[in-house]
Design a protein around this ligand. Structure first.
Ligand SMILES: NC(=O)c1ccc[n+]([C@@H]2O[C@H](COP(=O)([O-])OP(=O)(O)OC[C@H]3O[C@@H](n4cnc5c(N)ncnc54)[C@H](OP(=O)(O)O)[C@@H]3O)[C@@H](O)[C@H]2O)c1
Length: 291
Protein backbone atom coordinates (compact mmCIF):
# COMPACT_ATOMS: atom_id res chain seq x y z
CA UNK A 1 0.00 0.00 0.00
CA UNK A 2 1.48 3.36 -0.93
CA UNK A 3 2.12 6.09 1.61
CA UNK A 4 -0.64 8.51 0.62
CA UNK A 5 -3.30 5.77 0.78
CA UNK A 6 -1.94 4.71 4.14
CA UNK A 7 -2.08 8.31 5.40
CA UNK A 8 -5.69 8.63 4.25
CA UNK A 9 -6.80 5.38 5.89
CA UNK A 10 -5.04 6.07 9.18
CA UNK A 11 -7.51 8.86 9.92
CA UNK A 12 -10.62 6.74 9.41
CA UNK A 13 -12.48 4.83 12.15
CA UNK A 14 -11.59 1.17 12.64
CA UNK A 15 -13.83 -1.47 11.07
CA UNK A 16 -12.66 -4.17 13.41
CA UNK A 17 -15.43 -6.68 14.11
CA UNK A 18 -17.46 -5.42 11.11
CA UNK A 19 -18.42 -7.64 8.19
CA UNK A 20 -18.23 -6.17 4.69
CA UNK A 21 -19.41 -7.76 1.45
CA UNK A 22 -17.76 -6.57 -1.78
CA UNK A 23 -19.16 -7.68 -5.14
CA UNK A 24 -16.81 -8.00 -8.11
CA UNK A 25 -14.01 -8.50 -5.58
CA UNK A 26 -11.53 -9.66 -8.20
CA UNK A 27 -11.88 -6.41 -10.15
CA UNK A 28 -9.32 -3.60 -10.05
CA UNK A 29 -11.09 -1.06 -7.84
CA UNK A 30 -12.76 -3.71 -5.67
CA UNK A 31 -9.44 -5.42 -5.02
CA UNK A 32 -7.98 -2.16 -3.72
CA UNK A 33 -11.13 -1.63 -1.65
CA UNK A 34 -10.80 -5.11 -0.13
CA UNK A 35 -7.21 -4.30 0.89
CA UNK A 36 -8.35 -1.04 2.49
CA UNK A 37 -11.16 -2.74 4.39
CA UNK A 38 -8.78 -5.42 5.66
CA UNK A 39 -6.35 -2.68 6.70
CA UNK A 40 -9.17 -1.05 8.69
CA UNK A 41 -9.74 -4.37 10.45
CA UNK A 42 -12.91 -5.65 8.74
CA UNK A 43 -13.83 -9.22 7.82
CA UNK A 44 -14.52 -9.30 4.09
CA UNK A 45 -16.69 -11.51 1.93
CA UNK A 46 -15.80 -10.90 -1.70
CA UNK A 47 -17.53 -12.25 -4.76
CA UNK A 48 -15.91 -13.66 -7.87
CA UNK A 49 -16.82 -15.13 -11.23
CA UNK A 50 -13.48 -16.81 -11.84
CA UNK A 51 -12.30 -19.21 -9.16
CA UNK A 52 -8.71 -18.89 -10.40
CA UNK A 53 -8.75 -15.12 -9.98
CA UNK A 54 -10.27 -15.43 -6.51
CA UNK A 55 -7.63 -17.96 -5.45
CA UNK A 56 -4.83 -15.71 -6.72
CA UNK A 57 -6.29 -12.68 -4.96
CA UNK A 58 -6.72 -14.42 -1.62
CA UNK A 59 -3.16 -15.75 -1.76
CA UNK A 60 -1.86 -12.27 -2.73
CA UNK A 61 -3.57 -10.85 0.34
CA UNK A 62 -1.59 -13.49 2.22
CA UNK A 63 -1.51 -13.33 5.99
CA UNK A 64 -4.83 -11.54 6.18
CA UNK A 65 -6.68 -14.31 4.43
CA UNK A 66 -8.34 -15.66 7.58
CA UNK A 67 -10.45 -12.53 7.39
CA UNK A 68 -11.40 -13.06 3.73
CA UNK A 69 -14.01 -15.37 2.38
CA UNK A 70 -14.73 -15.67 -1.36
CA UNK A 71 -18.09 -16.69 -2.85
CA UNK A 72 -19.33 -17.09 -6.41
CA UNK A 73 -21.72 -14.53 -7.89
CA UNK A 74 -22.69 -13.92 -11.49
CA UNK A 75 -25.06 -10.97 -11.65
CA UNK A 76 -26.10 -11.85 -15.17
CA UNK A 77 -27.82 -14.98 -13.87
CA UNK A 78 -30.85 -14.72 -11.63
CA UNK A 79 -30.23 -18.25 -10.29
CA UNK A 80 -26.73 -17.27 -9.26
CA UNK A 81 -28.05 -14.15 -7.47
CA UNK A 82 -30.62 -16.25 -5.61
CA UNK A 83 -28.11 -18.84 -4.45
CA UNK A 84 -25.63 -16.12 -3.44
CA UNK A 85 -28.31 -14.56 -1.23
CA UNK A 86 -28.83 -17.86 0.59
CA UNK A 87 -25.14 -18.01 1.55
CA UNK A 88 -24.72 -14.51 2.99
CA UNK A 89 -23.26 -14.09 6.47
CA UNK A 90 -25.64 -13.64 9.42
CA UNK A 91 -24.64 -10.04 9.99
CA UNK A 92 -23.61 -7.55 7.31
CA UNK A 93 -22.41 -4.09 8.29
CA UNK A 94 -21.40 -2.77 4.88
CA UNK A 95 -22.46 -4.08 1.47
CA UNK A 96 -20.42 -2.65 -1.40
CA UNK A 97 -21.86 -3.19 -4.88
CA UNK A 98 -18.75 -2.78 -7.02
CA UNK A 99 -19.17 -5.40 -9.76
CA UNK A 100 -19.98 -3.84 -13.06
CA UNK A 101 -19.55 -4.12 -16.78
CA UNK A 102 -19.02 -1.51 -19.49
CA UNK A 103 -19.30 -1.03 -23.21
CA UNK A 104 -20.41 -4.53 -23.96
CA UNK A 105 -21.75 -5.92 -27.19
CA UNK A 106 -25.49 -6.60 -27.06
CA UNK A 107 -26.00 -9.82 -25.09
CA UNK A 108 -28.90 -11.21 -23.09
CA UNK A 109 -29.23 -13.02 -19.77
CA UNK A 110 -31.03 -16.39 -19.58
CA UNK A 111 -34.17 -14.46 -18.56
CA UNK A 112 -33.93 -12.23 -21.63
CA UNK A 113 -32.56 -9.02 -20.10
CA UNK A 114 -29.75 -7.06 -21.68
CA UNK A 115 -26.54 -7.94 -19.79
CA UNK A 116 -25.34 -4.45 -18.83
CA UNK A 117 -28.82 -3.52 -17.60
CA UNK A 118 -28.99 -6.56 -15.34
CA UNK A 119 -25.37 -6.44 -14.15
CA UNK A 120 -25.06 -2.72 -13.50
CA UNK A 121 -28.54 -1.93 -12.26
CA UNK A 122 -31.15 -4.64 -11.84
CA UNK A 123 -29.35 -7.49 -10.06
CA UNK A 124 -27.75 -5.16 -7.47
CA UNK A 125 -31.24 -3.79 -6.83
CA UNK A 126 -32.61 -7.34 -6.44
CA UNK A 127 -29.90 -7.98 -3.86
CA UNK A 128 -30.93 -4.85 -1.98
CA UNK A 129 -34.53 -6.06 -1.79
CA UNK A 130 -33.24 -9.07 0.13
CA UNK A 131 -30.94 -6.93 2.31
CA UNK A 132 -33.79 -4.60 3.23
CA UNK A 133 -35.80 -7.57 4.48
CA UNK A 134 -33.13 -9.76 6.03
CA UNK A 135 -30.30 -7.35 6.87
CA UNK A 136 -31.76 -3.99 7.87
CA UNK A 137 -28.47 -3.36 9.70
CA UNK A 138 -26.51 -3.18 6.42
CA UNK A 139 -25.33 0.09 4.94
CA UNK A 140 -25.55 -0.30 1.17
CA UNK A 141 -23.02 1.37 -1.10
CA UNK A 142 -23.54 1.48 -4.85
CA UNK A 143 -20.81 2.20 -7.37
CA UNK A 144 -22.20 4.63 -9.89
CA UNK A 145 -20.53 6.68 -12.56
CA UNK A 146 -20.70 10.31 -13.69
CA UNK A 147 -21.67 8.93 -17.06
CA UNK A 148 -25.16 9.01 -15.49
CA UNK A 149 -25.21 12.76 -16.18
CA UNK A 150 -24.79 12.29 -19.92
CA UNK A 151 -27.78 10.01 -20.55
CA UNK A 152 -31.51 9.97 -19.99
CA UNK A 153 -33.59 6.90 -19.28
CA UNK A 154 -36.16 6.13 -21.92
CA UNK A 155 -38.85 4.34 -19.90
CA UNK A 156 -40.28 2.92 -23.12
CA UNK A 157 -36.89 1.27 -23.67
CA UNK A 158 -35.35 0.96 -20.19
CA UNK A 159 -32.87 -1.68 -21.35
CA UNK A 160 -31.63 0.83 -23.91
CA UNK A 161 -31.85 -1.66 -26.76
CA UNK A 162 -31.89 1.08 -29.37
CA UNK A 163 -28.69 2.84 -28.40
CA UNK A 164 -24.94 2.14 -28.51
CA UNK A 165 -22.78 0.52 -25.84
CA UNK A 166 -21.45 3.60 -24.07
CA UNK A 167 -24.85 5.26 -23.84
CA UNK A 168 -26.30 2.00 -22.57
CA UNK A 169 -23.81 2.00 -19.71
CA UNK A 170 -24.62 5.64 -18.85
CA UNK A 171 -28.33 4.86 -18.80
CA UNK A 172 -27.84 1.89 -16.51
CA UNK A 173 -25.74 3.96 -14.10
CA UNK A 174 -28.44 6.63 -14.26
CA UNK A 175 -31.05 3.99 -13.43
CA UNK A 176 -28.87 3.00 -10.49
CA UNK A 177 -28.75 6.62 -9.28
CA UNK A 178 -32.54 6.96 -9.67
CA UNK A 179 -32.87 3.76 -7.72
CA UNK A 180 -30.71 5.02 -4.82
CA UNK A 181 -32.80 8.22 -4.70
CA UNK A 182 -35.93 6.04 -4.69
CA UNK A 183 -34.60 3.97 -1.77
CA UNK A 184 -33.72 7.08 0.21
CA UNK A 185 -37.27 8.33 -0.22
CA UNK A 186 -39.19 5.07 0.16
CA UNK A 187 -37.17 3.50 2.99
CA UNK A 188 -35.74 6.45 4.92
CA UNK A 189 -34.64 4.32 7.88
CA UNK A 190 -32.02 2.53 5.80
CA UNK A 191 -28.59 3.71 4.81
CA UNK A 192 -27.79 3.96 1.09
CA UNK A 193 -24.91 5.71 -0.58
CA UNK A 194 -24.06 6.41 -4.21
CA UNK A 195 -20.36 6.69 -4.98
CA UNK A 196 -18.44 7.38 -8.17
CA UNK A 197 -14.81 6.25 -7.95
CA UNK A 198 -13.43 8.65 -10.56
CA UNK A 199 -11.79 7.49 -13.77
CA UNK A 200 -9.22 4.74 -13.74
CA UNK A 201 -7.87 2.61 -16.58
CA UNK A 202 -8.83 -0.70 -15.02
CA UNK A 203 -9.58 -4.11 -16.44
CA UNK A 204 -13.01 -2.69 -17.32
CA UNK A 205 -11.31 -1.56 -20.55
CA UNK A 206 -9.75 -4.94 -21.42
CA UNK A 207 -10.62 -6.32 -24.82
CA UNK A 208 -11.23 -9.75 -23.28
CA UNK A 209 -14.26 -8.25 -21.48
CA UNK A 210 -15.92 -7.96 -24.86
CA UNK A 211 -16.41 -4.27 -25.67
CA UNK A 212 -13.06 -2.80 -26.74
CA UNK A 213 -10.74 -3.87 -29.50
CA UNK A 214 -7.19 -5.12 -28.93
CA UNK A 215 -5.94 -1.99 -30.71
CA UNK A 216 -7.77 0.26 -28.24
CA UNK A 217 -6.29 -1.74 -25.41
CA UNK A 218 -2.76 -1.59 -26.84
CA UNK A 219 -2.74 2.09 -27.82
CA UNK A 220 -5.14 3.97 -25.57
CA UNK A 221 -5.21 2.12 -22.26
CA UNK A 222 -1.50 2.83 -21.53
CA UNK A 223 -2.17 6.55 -22.12
CA UNK A 224 -5.24 6.42 -19.86
CA UNK A 225 -3.14 4.72 -17.21
CA UNK A 226 -0.78 7.68 -17.19
CA UNK A 227 -3.53 10.30 -17.23
CA UNK A 228 -6.15 8.93 -14.84
CA UNK A 229 -6.07 7.67 -11.26
CA UNK A 230 -4.76 4.33 -10.16
CA UNK A 231 -7.45 1.92 -8.90
CA UNK A 232 -5.97 2.23 -5.38
CA UNK A 233 -6.84 5.91 -5.33
CA UNK A 234 -10.22 5.42 -7.02
CA UNK A 235 -11.17 2.92 -4.28
CA UNK A 236 -10.93 5.67 -1.65
CA UNK A 237 -14.31 7.10 -2.69
CA UNK A 238 -15.86 3.76 -1.82
CA UNK A 239 -13.99 3.69 1.47
CA UNK A 240 -15.28 7.17 2.35
CA UNK A 241 -18.79 6.00 1.44
CA UNK A 242 -18.55 3.56 4.36
CA UNK A 243 -18.67 6.56 6.68
CA UNK A 244 -20.45 9.43 4.88
CA UNK A 245 -22.61 10.32 1.90
CA UNK A 246 -25.94 8.80 2.93
CA UNK A 247 -27.82 12.12 2.87
CA UNK A 248 -30.57 12.45 0.26
CA UNK A 249 -29.16 13.47 -3.07
CA UNK A 250 -25.52 13.07 -2.08
CA UNK A 251 -22.74 11.55 -4.16
CA UNK A 252 -19.29 10.51 -2.96
CA UNK A 253 -16.86 11.31 -5.77
CA UNK A 254 -13.45 12.80 -6.44
CA UNK A 255 -13.49 16.56 -6.14
CA UNK A 256 -11.44 17.27 -9.30
CA UNK A 257 -12.41 18.22 -12.87
CA UNK A 258 -15.49 16.26 -14.02
CA UNK A 259 -15.01 14.13 -10.91
CA UNK A 260 -12.34 12.21 -12.72
CA UNK A 261 -9.46 12.83 -10.32
CA UNK A 262 -8.82 13.92 -6.81
CA UNK A 263 -9.55 13.25 -3.19
CA UNK A 264 -12.94 11.80 -2.28
CA UNK A 265 -15.60 14.21 -1.20
CA UNK A 266 -19.29 14.23 -0.41
CA UNK A 267 -21.00 16.28 -3.12
CA UNK A 268 -24.54 17.07 -4.13
CA UNK A 269 -25.97 15.29 -7.17
CA UNK A 270 -26.66 17.65 -10.07
CA UNK A 271 -30.08 19.25 -10.38
CA UNK A 272 -30.48 17.69 -13.82
CA UNK A 273 -30.83 14.37 -12.01
CA UNK A 274 -32.45 15.48 -8.76
CA UNK A 275 -35.19 17.42 -10.52
CA UNK A 276 -35.69 15.08 -13.43
CA UNK A 277 -39.14 13.70 -14.32
CA UNK A 278 -37.49 10.30 -14.51
CA UNK A 279 -37.79 10.15 -10.73
CA UNK A 280 -41.57 10.00 -11.07
CA UNK A 281 -41.39 7.22 -13.65
CA UNK A 282 -38.85 5.08 -11.82
CA UNK A 283 -41.23 3.48 -9.23
CA UNK A 284 -43.35 2.04 -12.06
CA UNK A 285 -40.32 0.37 -13.61
CA UNK A 286 -39.29 -0.96 -10.22
CA UNK A 287 -42.75 -2.49 -9.63
CA UNK A 288 -42.37 -4.42 -12.90
CA UNK A 289 -38.77 -5.49 -12.34
CA UNK A 290 -38.39 -6.24 -8.63
CA UNK A 291 -37.88 -9.84 -7.50
N1 LIG B 1 -12.79 2.37 -14.03
C1 LIG B 1 -13.48 3.49 -14.13
O1 LIG B 1 -13.02 4.51 -14.72
C2 LIG B 1 -14.86 3.58 -13.53
C3 LIG B 1 -15.52 4.81 -13.57
C4 LIG B 1 -16.79 4.90 -13.01
C5 LIG B 1 -17.37 3.79 -12.43
N2 LIG B 1 -16.70 2.61 -12.43
C6 LIG B 1 -17.36 1.45 -11.80
O2 LIG B 1 -16.50 0.84 -10.87
C7 LIG B 1 -16.84 -0.54 -10.72
C8 LIG B 1 -15.57 -1.37 -10.76
O3 LIG B 1 -15.01 -1.27 -12.03
P1 LIG B 1 -13.45 -1.47 -12.34
O4 LIG B 1 -13.02 -0.26 -13.07
O5 LIG B 1 -12.70 -1.92 -11.15
O6 LIG B 1 -13.53 -2.62 -13.43
P2 LIG B 1 -13.09 -4.16 -13.39
O7 LIG B 1 -11.69 -4.28 -12.95
O8 LIG B 1 -13.48 -4.73 -14.69
O9 LIG B 1 -14.04 -4.75 -12.25
C9 LIG B 1 -15.37 -5.11 -12.51
C10 LIG B 1 -15.69 -6.31 -11.64
O10 LIG B 1 -17.05 -6.66 -11.88
C11 LIG B 1 -17.09 -8.07 -12.09
N3 LIG B 1 -18.23 -8.42 -12.94
C12 LIG B 1 -18.45 -8.08 -14.23
N4 LIG B 1 -19.57 -8.66 -14.67
C13 LIG B 1 -20.07 -9.37 -13.61
C14 LIG B 1 -21.19 -10.21 -13.43
N5 LIG B 1 -22.05 -10.47 -14.44
N6 LIG B 1 -21.38 -10.78 -12.22
C15 LIG B 1 -20.53 -10.55 -11.22
N7 LIG B 1 -19.43 -9.80 -11.31
C16 LIG B 1 -19.21 -9.21 -12.51
C17 LIG B 1 -15.78 -8.40 -12.78
O11 LIG B 1 -15.51 -9.78 -12.64
P3 LIG B 1 -14.19 -10.43 -13.32
O12 LIG B 1 -13.05 -10.09 -12.39
O13 LIG B 1 -14.50 -11.88 -13.34
O14 LIG B 1 -14.07 -9.83 -14.67
C18 LIG B 1 -14.83 -7.54 -11.98
O15 LIG B 1 -14.47 -8.19 -10.80
C19 LIG B 1 -17.84 -0.84 -11.85
O16 LIG B 1 -19.14 -0.83 -11.31
C20 LIG B 1 -17.67 0.33 -12.79
O17 LIG B 1 -18.83 0.62 -13.54
C21 LIG B 1 -15.45 2.49 -12.95
Amino acid sequence: MNKSIHRYLRHLPSLSGKTCVVTGGTGSIAKALVEDLLFLGADVVLTYRSEDKARRLVSELGGLSDRIHAVFLDLSSKDSVLSFLQGLPRRIDLFFHVAGTYHRPMEFTPEGREVTYQTDFLAPAWIDGFLLREHPEARIIHTGSVSMYYSKVDFQDPMSLKVGKTIRYGRDKRLLALYVLFLQERYPDGSYVLAHPGVSATSLFQSEKGGFSKTFERLLVPVMKRVFMKPEKAALCLVLAAFSGEGRGELVAPRGFLHSWGKPRVLRLRKSLLESDERLLFPGLWEREKL
